[in-house]
Design a protein around this ligand. Structure first.
Ligand code: NAD
Ligand code: AHE
Ligand code: ZN
Ligand code: ZN
Length: 369
């Protein structure tokens, strides 16, 4: 079949909206009509050419919501008409990662997913007779996409897909980083570095965890109003200070924060977030994704003296078993999505979503098909 899609033909160039060819689902696969998709900074990161796994040409997008159109042989858990959120971290339930009970990082199809291919080693997408790469196993910048059954979470049909698509990455990641990865306790002092979709969602998570003080850090002061609306108690712009931001936070908190979250993808800021933590117990969580060749550094003494440095993907959430409950939490009013949606755009306008993100003018743009 044909599908209208935004194709990344090469790094650092605008996406091109074309009609691509899409093969139907093979065994264990599902054809989904994407109704809406968010644009996450990770899509921009890969498009920039900084992603060591970035492949071109590809159909990017990993923050979608859609409806099942057709299932391949052997698919038992989904049927046409089901509402689904694509998962860039699948949940097979059978690999040693899934069975460990220690991680959400199912590895059952990670190798082929990283190669931009379906689990059988081939692509379902092509354009003018040449294959296009899938992206993160999801490729939600296409009206129709094919995914493995294990890469789909079945969600409440009442949930508006043009909103809950954002639970496919950004909002779930920020909230999950606080609740699952850091396990912030009531009364804690928390610092959030970077107030995009991820950092603002981490603020929501910190409010849910009943943190006592939530310090929001960004170099764009236009982000502070929304941070305060969501529950930040303090806002700090590193550009307003002559000393490094970690010194500012240590001074503000009488020794450092209990938890910090890096939501930018800047390795220097990752160091600052770690070094903002309290001696003896502070924990810093890396959420931001850094470019190829970049590395983190700090004095080992920072860890010897009791700080913990960790990271998280998709907020530690297991997509198939836990995301449906998170959608229900949104339906019950426990999670805010509306303030995160800055713009609603059509697929033809998708490059504008990237421009708005780079200009710091949007939290999330949602593309509706
Ligand atoms: P975004 O572009 O919407 O927001 C980034 C924010 O960081 C902006 O508000 C910007 O002003 C701020 N910023 C930039 N440089 C800064 C600095 N030096 N100090 C303080 N603030 C600074 O991005 P997003 O969609 O929220 O994504 C944030 C990061 O999280 C990206 O690196 C993305 O790839 C990553 N991410 C990771 C996961 C995961 O599972 N680990 C999931 C989603 C996104
Ligand atoms: N391809 C990059 C890594 C990118 C990355 O870390 N992705 C996160 C999700 S970001 C969503 O916006 C992730 O899930 N990581 C776990 C994994 O298995 O990819 C690189 O550096 O190679
Ligand atoms: Zn993302
Ligand atoms: Zn698994």
């Amino acid at each position: 079949m044909k599908s209208r899609a935004a194709v990344a033909f090469q790094p650092n160039a605008p996406l091109e909206i074309v009609d691509v060819d899409l093969e139907g689902p093979k065994a264990g696969e599902v054809l989904v009509q994407i109704k809406a998709t968010g644009v996450c900074h990770t899509d921009a990161y890969t498009l920039s050419g900084a992603d060591p796994e970035g492949l071109f040409p590809a159909i990017l997008g990993h923050e979608g919501g859609g409806v099942v159109v057709e299932v391949g042989a052997g698919v038992t858990s989904l049927k046409p008409g089901d509402h689904v959120i694509p998962l860039y971290i699948p949940e097979c339930g059978q690999c040693n990662f899934c069975e460990s009970g220690k991680t959400n990082l199912c590895q059952s199809i990670r190798v082929t997913q990283g190669q931009g291919l379906m689990p059988d080693g081939t692509s379902r997408f092509s354009y003018q007779g040449k294959p296009l790469h899938h992206y993160m196993g999801t490729s939600t910048f296409s009206e129709y996409t094919v995914l493995p059954e294990i890469s789909l979470a079945k969600v409440n049909k009442q949930a508006p897909l043009e909103k809950v698509c954002l639970l496919g990455c950004g909002i779930t990641t920020g909230i999950g980083a606080v609740l699952n990865t850091a396990k912030v306790e009531p009364g804690s002092t928390v610092a959030i570095f970077g107030l995009g979709g991820i950092g603002l969602s981490a603020i929501q998570g910190a409010v849910m965890a009943k943190a006592g003080r939530i310090i929001a850090v960004d170099i764009n002061p236009e982000k502070f109003e929304m941070a305060q609306q969501l529950g930040a108690t303090d806002c700090v712009n590193p550009k307003d200070h002559s000393v490094p931001i970690q010194e500012v936070l240590i001074e503000m908190t009488d020794g450092g924060v209990d938890y910090s979250f890096e939501c930018v993808g800047n390795v220097g800021l990752m160091r600052a977030a770690l070094e903002s933590c309290h001696k003896g117990w502070g924990t810093s969580v890396i959420i931001g994704v850094a470019g190829a060749g970049e590395e983190i550094a700090t004095r080992p003494f920072q860890l010897v003296t009791g700080r913990t440095w960790k990271g998280t993907a998709f907020g530690g959430v297991k997509g198939r078993s836990e995301l449906p409950g998170i959608v229900d939490d949104f339906m019950a009013g426990k999670i805010q999505i509306d303030p995160m949606i800055s713009y609603q755009l059509s697929l033809d306008e998708i490059n504008k979503a990237f421009e708005l993100m780079h200009a710091g003018k949007s939290i999330r743009s949602v593309i509706s098909f």
